[in-house]
Design a binder for this molecule. Sequence first.
Ligand code: ISL
Ligand code: CA
Length: 555
Amino acid sequence: MTSIPTAPARRTGPGWWRSAVVYQVYPRSFADGNGDGIGDLRGIRDRLDHLQWLGVDVLWISPVYPSPMADNGYDVSDYHDVDPTYGTLEELDGLIADLHERGMKLVMDLVANHTSDEHPWFIDSSSSPESEKRDWYWWRDEPNNWGSFFSGPAWTYCEGRAAYYMHLFAKKQPDLNWENPEVRHAVYDILRWWLDRGVDGFRMDVINLISKDPELPEAPVMPGQKYGNMRQSVIDGPRVHEYLAEMHREVFDKYDRDLLLVGETGETTVEEGRKYTDPDRRELDMVLHYEHVEIDHGAFKWDVRPFDLGRLRERLAAWQTGLADAGWNSLYWDNHDQPRIVSRYGDDGRWRTESAKLLATVLHLQRGTPFVYQGDEIGMTNYPFVSIDEVDDVEGVNYYHEAVAAGEDPEDVMRSLRAMCRDNGRTPMQWDDGPGAGFTTGDPWLAINPNHTEINVAAQKDDPDSVLSHYRRLIRLRHEDPVVVDGDFTLLDDVHPQLFAFRRRHESGELVVLANFSSEEAELGDLAQECRGEVALGAEGGPVLAPWEARVYRR
Ligand code: ISL
Ligand code: CA
């Protein structure tokens, strides 16, 4: 039996996050401390032993601020408090203290591209064209043709202002106007307020959308679409780097602490990613790009395509090499917006355990900072959604109604939702095989996956071959082996139909990862010459990899 030692080694000082592992909690679905069926801060505090045992260094929690919950908290109505659903500010202070006591850090979600329409800023701004905050949002007498990311138009009419406001997401999420310096400074105040409270950094929601082309030009309309695709005018917009550098100067440079600054930058490119994260530019430490989680998207996310290993390998390698000498990668498969990776790129049936372990291996052994999303560590799967009534998420619900109204077969739409709907990643965390999965003693806000009777933390904790033990081993390897942190990256093969193989090289040695992304055996061919050294993870073996086998050599 393999023994699993504890006590991770932690680095401090500049760049400490290169050797760290982040764990993301979606508070609604992690642990319910008061039995009302919704996860909360009490629940998170009660489960910190799990995080410590796993060995993670940083906890990132999705928003817990007061919110009308049109988008589960990504619509903030007060940046300086905690929503009663999740607890109190005192409880959050308690969480910060608990984490610091355990040597862990807390990263908060900053949602500053938009606020809730119930935020006092928007209420004020929308009240009259004379409002002092009239330019805090994007108001126009006539809307342009942009569509929103969440279906429908990106503009909604407001009686009070007799004008339209822009919302790239739901209509209850009006976009802030970052062109206005007062808005930027109000956001910087929020950041300082939380840093002064003891938080250790931020994951900045859709931060690459904050700068829009101020002309707001009409956008191209794709075939079959009603509204224009505004991406060109909003993604990595004209002043985004200027704003982030200003934020750094105004806020982060003034704190002499080990902060972590992560930007969510959907649909950004390697070139832009490098700019955001080049330490000399003093913008962000790392970004969450989307390229590797859009491999199975067609023209848009609901147009589901088969997984393509070649494309995954090529895009991941592009980020590894693109940020090799400046900038830093974040590494993730899942978050609260993504379907479960084992159902997507792995095999959630016969090979669930093997493929979940393989996906973890290839992710964690790249160069960058890994993010574990709650449930990844036990190989949680997608939920078998049958009816739209089971879906809560605003993006999925809006899409369903729009597509069905446009004449699409509801069965086809449900098939897309089953594969891509964000609620796949939001079903409650599976702690044990009991009726509430150890998540709640009450009625869960979103259905628990029926497979929690088999897939749960309790069932995997003492099993050295479990997905959970594997995650723990990978995290420990990062803390102990400088090759994992600092080694360079080389893709070893770009044609094999089943293999993802790469090498990490460092003055202290090298690691080779050989992974078979298929349910059939894979011949290593020329790569068999890489089977040298000690097997650091996986089992000894010859020139053939078993289905979903990942083998790691260290020499
Ligand atoms: O995949 C998507 C686009 O079709 C979205 O789900 C994507 O994740 C979103 O564009 C960016 O996500 C972030 O901002 C959203 C919020 O709903 C997400 O939960 C958040 O992670 C708006 O705040
Ligand atoms: Ca609760």
